[in-house]
Each structure stands twice: as C-alpha cells, then as structure tokens.
Design a protein around this ligand. Structure first.
Ligand code: IVH
Length: 708
C-alpha cells in the first residue's frame, strides 16, 4: 500500500508513542496496541525494504517488533496470520529468477546489553538441562552490515549464488557473486568428504573503498550511495556484473548451513565446533573472521560480554561497517539439540550496538561566529541518544547546505553519528511535514556585532568582517589558550568570558598582562586558583614556537602545518620575510595554506603582536626539539644541509629532495644548527657566514659522494 504524507506522519507519531508507552498490562489496551504495532511495523518495513529510506533507527524498529512479540506471546489468541511476526522479512525482487535455499536463512534474535546476554545463556542452559553445570563456550564474531549472500558449491565448484530473499527463497545472482574476488570459484571441499555445501555470508564494501567509489561517482555525475551497506546490497542486484567490480564488493563467509557427502549424508557431524567449520573455510581460501582479532572462542558468557564491549568501543576503527556482534554456541551437537524457532536459531543471538541513526525534531537554528568571522548555523534539536551520546545540537555548516537539503525549522530530521564523525543531519523527512515548518532564513547581519555579513567569492560561508566583533575576539582568545595552541592549563572559556567582561582582557597580549590582584577578588576565584593560572600562563612563555604559530589562529594552519613552519625558521618573526613562493616550496605546504600564512604576516598587526608577546617574555625562537627528527637509517640521518649559489649538477629542488630521501633535513639559513653548507658557483653571504662559524662547506661533488 502507498501512504500519503498525513498517514505517514500519523504512523510515525504512533510509533514514537508506542515506544514511549511500552507494553500495557491491561488486555484491552494491549489488544489496541497490538493493532497499532502491526500497522506501524508494516509501514516501517515498507520504508526500509521497499523505499530503502527508514525513518526509525534499527533499534527503535527492533523494540516495536519485540513489543508485538511480547503481546502475542501473552495472548496467543490475538495472533493473526498476517502479523509481521508470522513471516521472515523479504528482499525478493522481480529482476532475477528465484531459487530455494537448501536450508532456510533465518534471522537472529537481538540483545543489547550484558543482562540480555546473561538471559540468553540462562535460557540455553535450561533448555539443555545444564543447571549450574559446566560453562558453555561461545564463538563471537562481527555482525557484518552488508547484504546477505547464500553460496552453493557442488563437487568443489561454485554453482549458485543467491540473496537471502525471504529466508526460504532468494534471488539468483550467480553472475554477480562470481564477480566478487574474495569468493573462490573453486574450493576443495572434497578433501573433507563434502560433495555439496551451502554457505552464508555477507557482501560488503570496505569503508575506505566506499569513499573512493563515491568520489568516482561524484566525478561521473552519478548519484552517491548513502552508506556502504546500500552500495553493497544494491551491488548484489546490478544488471551488469562489471558494476560489481566498480563497487569493489568483498565478502565474508560466516556460516555453513548444510554439507553432505556424495551419498547425501550430513558431514556436519564430523566437525565438533562452529570454529572448526570456519577454520576449514579459511584453509579453503574463503575470507572469514580471523581468529582472535575478529572472532573469539570464549569459555563463558561473561567473556563474550567483554569481547562485545571491546568491539563496541573499537568498531569505528574497523575496516568494515558492522552493527553488532553475533554470539554462537560453539558446540555443533548442542546447536543441533537446541534447534530453531520459526524466526531464529535458539543457539545464536545478535548483540546490537547502540544506534547510529535516529530521527528527532529540529527546534531552532542559532548562529555562531567563529574566530575568523565565519557565521555557522547550528541546529538545536530535541535531544536524542545516538551511539551512547546525547545530541542536542548539530552544525548545519552553511547556507548552501540548508538550501540543498531543504531543511526547515519544525522538521523531523534524520541524524547520524558515524565513527569519529561529528553528528550531522542526513536529511529532513519531507513526508512528515504538516505545513507548520518554517524556512531557515540566514541572517544578513552579524548576530553579535550587527555589522553586515559578507560572502567572499567562491566561498560557501558568510563572514563578519568587523575587526571589532566581540565574538571573534573572544573566539581568538579561547583558541590562543587552548590545549593544542599555547596550552594554558585551566584557562577555560568561562575565564576568558569573565576577564573580557571585567575589561582585563581586550586582546591576546593582555593574557600576559593580567592583573591577578584584581582577579583574586572576583567571586569564585581564590588565591590557589589564581596561583595555578599564573603558573600556567608563565609556563606557556617557554612553549616551542609551533604552538605560537598555531595559536595565531591562521586559517588552514593546523598543528601539523605549524610544525612545518616552525622547523623552517629560527624565529617566528622570520615568517614575515618569506615570499609566497618560498612558503610554497616547503614540503607539504599547499598554496592555500601558504597564502593564508602570507596574508596574515603581511598585516602589520601580526608582527606587532609577536613583538609585544616577545617583550612580555613569550619565546619566539625555535627550540632545537622543533627541528624535525631524523628518520630511519638514511646515510644523512640526523644531518642538516643548506644549498647556496648556482648548482650545476642538479637543481635546488632535486638536491633538497636527495637530502630528505636519505634521512637528512634542509635548513632555511646558516646557523649553528647547520651541519653542512653545499656551495655552488657564485656563493655569497651564506658561504661567508658558514666559514665564520666554522661549518663544513662541501662542493656539489663532495655532497654527491656522501650519498654513495
Ligand atoms: S549467523 C542461522 N553471523 O545478520 C544464523 N549472521 O539477523 C545465521 N549477519 O541478515 C546468521 N554477520 O546475514 C551470522 N557473523 C554473522 C553475521 C550474520 C551478519 C547477518 C545475517 C542476517 C542477519 C541476522
């Protein structure tokens, strides 16, 4: 059935209400809830499977499903034949022939925490009549988040590949499966007495390759994939197997569903554990979860919980998307004893990680002015919990993004928090609008100082360009004292705001002129906190100069670039004398960074500030520790060089490249830190200075000899 937007909105709200209410104890109310749950679940399945556009997180959907199951098990007479619990979900399409799996591909029951896992273990022990007897070993492996595949091998050959479909029947996609390089076309199962075997696995795309595939699609003007899972599930159903390769599909195999010998007798009885089967697949060349790293055999459910918790913390650094772990009873004979329900095996359970996507309301938009004057719109959200963190505001970045995504105040928005990525709004749920949403109108004037905003050509951001803008001054001060910059311990935002309000802090140099006697008298400030602050400020005067360069808050000049600039000069002030070309010649410094640094040092205020800081005792001379460390064991390792005069054997670039290639470093001027000056023809003042300092001077030929 198709849903109009009013129906969708009603069903969405109905779902959220049900989630909040929980299952009622009252039969009449529960009966009413059951009807609502069926309606809601059918709607969400349509959004998920048909449109591929879920509006609920997996977690919320699972909760609804569980509520329905709970009511049905309390009142079995209420179960109707078309209840969502009475079928396994389907991904069958009409584009491919349908085939029947040798054994049904069922779902897994879900668990979300340690208690759920302990209940699972208890249930199994009870079914097996184990009482308080021996502990049960389990296998734990990642729950890969891609598209399920079912592979059939006969007489060592891959003869069929299919999707999961409705669990009983799947789409036959052999040609596409054969295009996945990690799936062997031939595997020596016969060595193990196996003539026919059905395997389950997951087709996936590695996260880094996904990025590449998407950037290629962007270049080709093709629609981007929303996430690796969509790219993988879609990739299984492409019409042309060549596209499978273009999407860089990969596949893990994690389950042997069926295995018989030439007489049709099961061979699974010859294996003791699930892990034994997986190791057999590994030997045969399949990509399987690696033992210890990706898969553990745990002696008891407590260790299972620990392994799951570790993976939950490190899931983002794993190369593939996973949405949880799968816990399987390791012993195959016991698995057999436990068997299956109509929906899932009794011997396995999924441990689902906290949701990464959820929907919530966009309440309002506020505008923040950064230290460079950039005005950033920030969406204020009805707080939601995502992957263990409560989120109440997310950046909307700029006006273009708001326009492109057509986000409005009052919208229900889909929020995602993936990996280390800062949470962001995936999209506004247009179908849930009721007409009360209002467009976001970007301000024309600075929300803090009210001066007119400007949008530099070619940029997406609107900026406040008033140098007197209080927001910018405060942000610059906060940046200056921050951890990665001058690292003034304890000098938080609240102090900056307070000292600014009190007129003690008008500019950066004032940080080193604070009147501590006055501060000591402020409410909440004692002698001790003032002493601590004083000490931290004092200590920052001895900082290496890369911190000062970074603290200036120059656009694009982060910590790494600051270190490169610091290594290239002897004193911060020297940067004033560098031309744009010279800056760009520094390794790893791009034109944008060079231009930003150049522009900043072209401003008289910059040098003035550095001189002022210097006079207040702040170190501006490069420390020895800031010279890049010699790497490895190159013949020039730890040695510093400078070239002067006209070189005849090689260009200056080539010569400097050779030094670095052999582990040496290039200095920008003659100083006592210089080990060798290589002098070409017509060398001038640098040669004189080096001779005066007694620094060895080499000819080009002598330099080249050092490399042999
Ligand atoms: S075992 C009979 N192991 O999770 C048990 N499933 O809801 C078969 N999945 O779509 C499943 N990683 O494709 C198993 N390591 C893993 C898995 C895994 C991902 C998928 C499976 C199915 C879903 C189960």
């Amino acid at each position: 059935m198709l849903y109009n937007s009013a129906q969708q909105k009603a069903l969405f709200e109905q779902s959220k209400n049900l989630l909040q209410e929980g299952v009622s104890d009252n039969k009449t109310k529960a009966e009413q809830q059951l009807e609502q749950l069926c309606e809601a679940i059918i709607y969400h399945e349509w959004r998920y499977y048909v449109l591929d556009q879920p509006v609920l997180s997996d977690y919320e959907y699972d909760c609804l499903f569980q509520m329905l199951k709970d009511i049905e098990s309390a009142y079995p007479d209420l179960i109707s034949a078309d209840s969502p619990t009475q079928r396994v979900s389907t991904d069958l399409t009409e584009d491919f022939p349908t085939v029947e799996h040798l054994t049904p591909t069922l779902s897994l029951e879900n668990s979300y925490n340690q208690d759920d896992l302990a209940d699972f273990d208890k249930r199994i022990r009870k079914l097996l009549n184990l009482g308080d007897g021996p502990e049960l070993p389990y296998c734990v492996e990642p729950k890969f988040d891609g598209g399920t595949i079912v592979l059939l091998y006969e007489n060592d050959k891959l003869v069929r590949g299919a999707t999961r479909g409705n669990g009983v029947m799947g789409d036959e996609i052999t040609a596409n499966i054969k295009a996945i390089n990690s799936i062997p076309l031939h595997a020596a199962f016969s060595k193990y007495g196996i003539a026919k075997v059905e395997l389950r696995g997951e087709a996936l795309i590695r996260k880094d390759l996904f990025e590449k595939v998407n950037s290629q699609r962007l270049k080709n003007g093709e629609q981007l994939f929303a996430n690796p899972r969509n790219a993988a599930t879609g990739g299984l159903r492409v019409k042309d197997p060549k596209q499978v390769k273009e999407r860089a599909l990969d596949a893990f195999v994690y389950q042997v569903g069926y295995a018989v010998d030439a007489d049709g007798n099961s061979v699974l009885t010859k294996f003791e554990t699930h892990n034994d089967l997986i190791r057999m697949l590994e030997v045969l060349g399949f990509k399987v979860p690696k033992l210890e790293e990706e898969m553990a055999v745990c002696p008891n459910i407590g260790k299972v919980a620990d392994f799951c918790a570790n993976w939950q913390d490190s899931r983002d650094s794993y190369s593939y998307e996973i949405d949880g772990m799968v816990v399987k009873l390791n012993n195959l004979a016991l698995q057999d004893k436990l068997g299956y329900t109509s929906h899932h095996p009794r011997w396995a359970i999924a441990y689902k990680f906290a949701a990464k996507q959820a929907t919530t309301k966009l309440l309002n938009v506020e505008y923040q002015v950064g230290r460079t004057g950039a005005v950033t719109p920030v969406a204020k959200l009805d707080p939601i919990e995502l992957a263990g963190v409560t989120i109440s505001s997310v950046s909307l970045h700029n006006a273009d993004l708001i326009r492109d995504k057509d986000i409005r105040i009052g919208d229900t928005v889909l929020v995602e928090r993936a990996g280390d990525v800062i949470p962001y709004i995936v999209k506004a749920m247009e179908e849930l609008r009721d007409g009360n949403e209002t467009p976001i109108v970007f301000p024309t004037h600075c929300p803090v100082c009210e001066s007119e905003l400007e949008r530099p050509e070619g940029e997406a951001v609107w900026r406040c360009v008033s140098p007197a803008c209080e927001a910018q001054i405060l942000e610059r001060l906060k940046h200056f004292v921050s951890k990665d910059a001058m690292d003034i311990d304890g000098f938080g935002s609240a102090y900056i705001d307070k000292f600014y309000q009190e007129g003690l802090l008008k500019n950066i140099a004032d940080i080193y002129r604070l009147d501590f006697d006055k501060i000591e008298k402020f409410e909440g400030f004692g002698k001790r906190s003032v002493e601590k602050l004083k000490k931290a400020i004092e200590a920052s005067k001895q900082n290496p100069i890369y911190r000062l360069i970074y603290a200036l808050g120059i656009r694009y000049v982060g910590e790494t670039n600051s270190k490169i600039f610091a290594a290239a000069v002897e004193n911060v002030k020297d940067l004033k004398n560098w031309s744009l070309e010279q800056l760009m010649m520094l390794r790893e410094i791009g034109p944008k960074v060079a231009q930003a640094l150049f522009d900043t040092f072209a401003l008289p205020d910059t040098l003035e500030l550095i001189l002022e800081l210097e006079a207040l005792g702040v170190n501006t001379n490069r420390l020895d520790s800031e010279l890049p460390k010699a790497e490895g064991s190159g013949v020039l390792s730890g040695k510093t060089f400078l070239f002067t005069g006209t070189l005849t054997e090689m260009t200056r670039d080539e010569a400097e490249g050779m030094v670095e290639e052999h582990g040496g470093k290039i200095l920008s001027g003659v100083s006592k830190n210089l080990n060798y000056l290589v002098a070409g023809e017509k060398a001038g003042s640098k040669l004189e200075k080096a001779q005066k300092l007694g620094i060895p001077v080499l000819t080009e030929a002598e330099f080249l000899e050092m490399l042999i």
